[in-house]
Design a protein around this ligand. Structure first.
Ligand code: ADP
Length: 766
């Protein structure tokens, strides 16, 4: 019976098992691996565990009933199992508590039988002391290992090929080492085909074919003994041909004679290959390709060879999965890094954009703003230079307005010459960014200009705001540089903002200069108007006065002659001693009145006689005012007017005629008192103002109606019953003759007459 033979085989292969079992335990992460063989249909014998074959003790025998409650012997015969062991049944055999068990059937392959099926001879169990179940991958490994163990214990042939077994275990060890030691997939696949060619007798060539990405071709990924040529591909028709069947079914096929097997489809031509053994390269459900060995002799491969090849197929799949996993991880990591970099770049971009936007609103100085914009753009691209140009659509020329550095000297040596094509012009023509990887070879800018430009590559961004071509932003790099779509898109956004900012500056500046122009014009106009009015008013006043003066002078002269006659006659009449008392009294009145008239006429003639500067002397205005105050004191008290004089003690002297100035102040003071019949305040102040002295005569009377103000200096303008209307006109004339100014402003409760007189020349020799 084969099973007892298997137990014999296990004893014979004790050395090997003691190496294999711990290795299997390690590979699936188990605490122990145990080999059970069927002694008969009902009895299982524990033959070996990770410590080796149990030889010297009485053999531990387990009944089928000792199996974990979850599985029956039928289960074990049919499938590999991977279940937690119920606590009640956990304490078995070795007295160790196992929490998880994984079982795989052991199938023996009789060399006389063809095909992949075999006879069950026992099972291989991997156990864990922890309650976590094994994964699919572990289960697959255990299944493959079970094949390996079955292969080891199942050989009853006397001519067991020890050498081959050694080779196989060495091969598995080599593959395991390669799998965990290198990430180079090609290296591992090459190792696997080389080992297949080495271990399986009569192999002339071993190949691993992998399914192409579109799933329609098997492509050679590793070939023994030759430099792999990836273009070697087999067209794949699922389910057809040997490769198609292996890929469809996931089984190992052993074609003893290609000439006789109807499943074999010849690629045509002289066929040297007679035997073909093909196993799937598969992991879990994924069939990734095939591993195949071929030979020129018929019936070259045994079922053991088939098992081995399927094991190698599984290893190849593991290597592929590892590589894919690694690739996926690398890609994920790279993606994450890329995303992080993009996010950082984007955050940087946004903060720069924000700064540009805010700056446009806050920066008062357009020059420093433009420089700031150039700086930020340079930062955005990590450029070696950033420039802003302005475009003049009329002359179609570009001029540099800002650069984030000046290479040498104070002028920027990249001023375009007339007729030179500039990148500014090019980007504005295109209306979108232009990347120039090499400035010396680009249709977008003139060669000679490029040779003067301190950059190897350039990114040009058009600055266009509301369809107005503002200029361009140019970012220069010392090395050849290519730009990602994202970089160009960010540049476009930044450029739009900058263009807007610049056109806002333009608008603001245009507005400001227009406003300044308008203000200046208005000032000039109103100044001119004011000037014209005062000039005109003064002219009118001067004209009135001079004609009035002439008239008064001639009238006075004309009156003077008859008056003198009258005075003479009055004098003669007064000499008559026979006059009655009454007559004498009347005569006295007439004489007094005539004298008064003569006096008035004299004063008039005096006043309107042109004054000569030689008559001026330096006078202390404060003294004149004190004189006036004394003169009017009684009258003021009588009228209930309070006279307040506030002199400036450091008042310089004026050049003038004492009596005339006294006359002026007296006129103003008496008018003020006249205006306040109910009493009030009369305030006179003096004050030094630059090269003038100012006298203000202020009263608290009812004021002058606005419509009268233009006329108060006119001769004969009066509102008083007994007024002459000459006081202010004489005052005006005197002030004028003293090269001074007199003005009046008035409102109810306050009338202010203000006189400004030039101060006396402190050094008369000059
Ligand atoms: P007169 O005093 O003879 O009227 P003036 O030339 O001195 O002549 O004054 C002209 C007019 O100006 C006065 O009649 C009066 O209506 C007005 N006026 C002058 N000074 C004052 C004042 N301080 N308050 C109000 N009205 C004044």
């Amino acid at each position: 019976m084969p099973s007892s033979n298997a137990i014999e085989g296990a004893l014979q292969a004790a050395d090997e098992l003691s190496k294999i079992l711990p290795r299997i335990a390690r590979s699936v992460g188990a605490n122990d691996t145990r080999l059970f063989l069927l002694r008969d249909a009902e009895t299982l014998v524990l033959v070996a565990d990770s410590n080796g074959v149990i030889e010297n003790q009485p053999r531990l025998t387990a009944s089928v009933r000792d199996l974990p409650a979850e599985f029956t012997i039928e289960d074990v015969r049919a499938h590999a199992l991977n279940v937690p062991i119920q606590a009640a049944n956990g304490k078995r055999n070795s007295g160790v508590n196992f929490k998880t068990s994984m079982l795989a059937p052991l199938l023996s392959f009789d060399s006389r039988m063809a095909g992949p099926s075999g006879i069950k001879i026992g099972y291989l169990e991997a156990v864990r002391e922890t309650p976590d179940t094994f994964n699919e991958h572990d289960l697959e490994l255990l299944e493959v290992s079970a094949g390996w163990v079955a292969h080891t214990v199942g050989r009853v042939d006397a001519d067991a090929d020890d050498n081959r077994r050694l080779k196989e275990s060495a091969a598995m060890a080599a593959i395991s080492r390669a799998l965990s030691g290198t990430l180079d997939l090609d290296e591992v696949l090459q190792l696997i085909v080389d080992l297949a060619g080495d271990i399986i007798p009569q192999v002339e060539q071993a190949v691993i074919h992998l399914l192409s990405e579109d799933g329609r071709q098997l492509q050679a990924a590793a070939v023994t003994g030759q430099v792999k040529n990836r273009s070697t591909g087999i067209g794949l028709r699922p389910g057809e041909g040997i490769a198609g069947l292996v890929m469809k079914e996931g089984i190992t096929l052993n074609v003893g004679d290609t000439r006789r097997d109807p499943r074999f489809i010849s690629a045509g031509g002289e066929l040297k290959m007679r035997s073909l053994l093909v196993a799937p390269v598969q992991s879990r459900q994924d069939r990734l390709g095939t591993i195949s060995v071929q030979s020129g002799s018929p019936n070259a491969f045994s079922p053991e060879d088939g098992r081995l090849l399927s094991t190698l197929g599984l290893q190849a799949a593991l290597a592929l999965e590892n590589a894919r996993l690694y690739d996926a991880q690398r890609i994920a990591r790279e993606q994450a890094e890329h995303q992080a970099a993009e996010l950082a770049a984007n955050a940087n971009f946004l903060s720069i954009l924000n700064e540009i936007t805010r700056a446009g609103m806050a920066q008062p100085n357009s020059e420093s703003l433009l420089e700031m914009l150039a700086n930020r753009l340079g930062e955005l691209y990590n450029g070696d230079g950033a420039y802003l140009t302005r475009w003049d659509p009329e002359t179609r020329t570009a001029s540099l307005v800002a650069a984030n550095f000046v290479p040498s000297g104070d002028s920027i040596p990249i001023k375009p010459q007339a007729g030179e094509r500039t990148l500014t012009e090019s980007v504005l023509d295109k209306g979108h960014p232009i990347a120039v990887p090499d400035v010396s070879d680009s249709p977008y800018l003139n060669k000679s200009l490029a040779s003067r430009f301190p950059a190897k590559s350039l990114l040009g961004l058009p600055l266009i705001a509301n369809d107005v071509q503002v200029g361009a932003a140019l970012i220069g790099f010392n090395v050849e540089r290519h730009f990602s779509e994202l970089e160009i898109a960010q540049g476009e956004v930044a450029a739009r903002q900058i263009a807007l900012t610049i056109s806002n500056i333009d608008l603001l500046e245009a507005e400001r200069s227009a406003r300044l122009d308008a203000e200046r014009l208005r000032d000039e106009l109103s100044g001119a108007l004011e000037n014209e009015q005062t000039v005109r008013a003064r002219l009118v006043q001067a004209e009135k006065l001079s004609s009035m003066g002439k008239m008064v002078a001639s009238v006075a002269h004309e009156l003077n002659n008859p008056l003198q006659g009258i005075q003479n006659v009055l004098y003669l009449v007064g000499q008559d001693a026979n006059l009655s008392d009454q007559s004498r009294e009347d005569l006295n009145v007439m004489t007094a009145e005539a004298d008064r008239m003569a006096d008035l006429i004299n004063r008039l003639r005096e006043t309107y006689r042109p004054v000569r500067a030689s008559q001026f002397s330096a006078e202390n205005l404060n003294l004149i005012l004190l004189d006036v105050q004394k003169l009017t004191a009684t009258y003021c008290r009588h009228q209930g007017v309070q006279f307040e004089f506030t002199p400036d003690p450091r008042l310089p002297h004026i050049a003038g005629i004492f009596d005339q100035i006294k006359q002026v102040i007296l006129n103003l003071a008496l008018n003020a008192v006249d205006a306040m019949p109910e009493g009030g305040r009369l305030m006179i102040e003096t004050q030094a103002v630059a090269d003038h002295v100012r006298i203000s005569v202020i009263d608290s009377g009812p004021g002058i109606p606005q419509e009268d103000i233009p006329h108060v200096f006119d001769p004969f303008f009066t509102t008083k019953e007994k007024g002459t209307g000459l006081g202010l006109s004489i005052t005006y004339d005197i002030v004028k003759q003293h090269l001074g100014e007199i003005t009046v402003r008035s409102k109810p409760g306050q009338t202010v007459f203000e006189i400004e007189l030039p101060i006396a020349n402190p050094n008369p020799n000059e």
